[in-house]
Write a protein that binds this ligand. Structure first.
Ligand SMILES: Nc1nc2c(ncn2[C@@H]2O[C@H](COP(=O)(O)OP(=O)(O)OP(=O)(O)O)[C@@H](O)[C@H]2O)c(=O)[nH]1
Ligand SMILES: [Mg+2]
Length: 467
């Protein structure tokens, strides 16, 4: 609900300073940042780095508040083959004279921030400053969902995928195609391509409808694998007879190739090296899309978090060799869409949404926490006509508007329960989301971009390693 329009705005930019140092025996923290597409990964990393370089807004990060972090600067990353996270471009987008959201990224990238840290307290008296490297790795959450494929045969996966597609409107066309095709016929490349395209179109449609279970993850995020055989397959019912060279057998072979040539290398080369992890979740977006999207998100989150549970997957356990992620933060992003009086409710929903999965992760010894954050606060708060509202510049019109998103229930079970029951809509409430543009900033020296609880998130994720 838009209440009224107002005018405002003056701008200034901040710049990321870079500098280079070298050193040996320097501790490194490898922080994984993931989430489904549009969850807020790029904005999170950009704002986190900017706020670690200019720490005036990081009061809840102890090492920033007590002056332990003396300097923070960008440093060449350790991995030569991972694309660099394009911090400067993303920061310029968010904090330039005409602020806008960064472009969608959809692949893996990395950035190293190095911090000169002087331990305080007792430690500080006996040790001098040291350099801590923070290697941030941004990767799509969809890639974690692919872990579920590792233990499945093509036949099992096909059956599950077709069963799911069958109960969804968007799946009708694909299911009809799959059921009417005899997989026993000889492979015909154009036919295989049509199949893969129809399946991708279905995945696209369910993603647009707010669902989250669109595996294989690379079908929607193909990168440089687009058009390759490893992405040119789809689920199909097992035919009576499938000889070598048949459509079915070839799809089966490509499914196995997807597992060994796409899924495996990601887990081996990237996932296995992560120390700390943040999983970003657009919970408000899912709530806006409705109960089914929330339930789907709940399942997807349990699957994503399952990847962090040692022993959950025999193949992965072997690969990890006992190494485990030490801390996992589940963060609902874009909390600036809500007045702060509702943030506790959003956090409670996150906790409930993730309880099953989190219990298992806790059991494994990883510390976990749920939070609601806004990596870049695009709104301010107000109280209008008896309502706690937020105010910001609308993406659609560029005008300032006040917005009331609806009231989240005090009891998260109201949301989760309706979602589990497969309700078609929320019973007695309506939730809307509004697309706000980033606000024009006027940053004082030493200030990073405005945020909500990004400092607490940083304290949980890396604070202990900066003392
Ligand atoms: N109001 C508000 N909106 C946000 C915030 N963070 C992200 N958004 C919105 O969410 C969108 C997606 O954010 P990104 O950081 O690009 O998300 P991502 O996970 O990197 O997305 P992909 O690269 O497409 O996977 C942005 O374009 C914004 O519209 C935030 O802190 N506040
Ligand atoms: Mg991104």
């Amino acid at each position: 609900m838009i209440l009224y329009d107002i005018v405002d705005g003056i701008g200034r930019t901040v710049e990321g300073a870079t500098q280079s140092v070298t050193g040996v025996f320097e501790p490194t923290i490898r922080l994984g940042v993931t989430g489904l597409s549009r969850a807020g990964k790029t904005v999170f990393i950009t704002s986190l780095i900017a706020n670690l370089m200019n720490r005036a807004r990081m009061g809840q990060l102890q090492a920033a508040a007590d002056g332990g972090i003396q300097t923070a600067y960008l440093h060449p990353q350790p991995d030569d083959t991972i694309p660099r996270f394009d911090f400067e471009t993303h920061l310029a987008a968010l904090t330039g004279a005409e602020p806008h959201w960064p472009v969608s990224t959809r692949s893996i990238s990395e950035l190293r921030l190095s911090m000169r840290v002087q331990p305080t307290g007792l430690m500080g008296m006996v040790s001098g400053p040291r350099t801590v490297h923070l290697d941030i790795v941004d990767y799509p959450g969809e890639w974690l969902l692919d872990l579920g494929l590792m233990d499945k045969s093509y036949a099992d996966w096909s059956e599950e995928a077709l069963t799911r597609a069958n109960v969804r409107d968007a799946g009708a066309a694909f299911v009809a195609l799959a059921r009417s095709t005899d997989g026993g016929v000889a492979l015909d490349e154009p036919q295989a391509k049509r199949f893969a395209e129809a399946y991708t179109a279905y995945l696209q449609a369910i993603r647009d409808a707010g669902f989250s279970d669109y595996t294989p993850g690379r079908f929607l995020l193909p990168g440089d694998l687009a058009g390759s055989p490893v992405l040119t397959f789809a689920p199909m019912p097992a035919p009576e007879k499938a000889r070598r060279g048949s459509l079915y057998r070839e799809f089966e072979r490509r499914f196995e190739a997807y597992k060994s040539k796409v899924v495996k290398p990601f887990f081996r080369d990237h996932f296995s090296r992560i120390d700390r992890q943040v999983v970003l979740v657009d919970a408000l977006g899912a709530i806006h899309s409705g109960p089914q999207a929330v339930d789907d998100l709940r399942t997807a989150m349990a699957d994503i978090l399952g990847a962090f549970r040692p022993g959950a997957n025999a193949w992965l356990s072997q690969l990890l060799f006992g190494k485990r992620v030490e801390k996992i933060l589940f963060a609902a992003t874009k909390a600036d869409h809500l007045h702060h009086t509702q943030h506790g409710r959003l956090t409670a929903i996150m906790e409930a949404l993730l309880r099953d999965a989190r219990d298992r992760a806790d059991f494994a010894g990883a510390k976990t926490q749920a939070m609601s954050i806004a990596a870049l606060r695009a709104t301010t708060e107000d109280h209008l006509q008896g309502l706690d509202v937020v105010r910001g510049r609308l993406m659609s019109t560029g005008k300032q508007a006040a917005f009331y998103p609806g009231e989240l229930p005090a009891d998260p079970a109201k949301i989760i329960g309706a979602a589990r029951d497969g309700a078609n809509g929320w019973l007695d409430a309506e939730y809307s989301v509004m697309n706000f543009a980033p606000a024009t900033l006027n940053l004082a020296p030493g200030e990073g971009p405005p945020h909500i609880r990004l400092d607490r998130a940083a304290e949980f994720l890396i604070g202990d390693r900066l003392r």
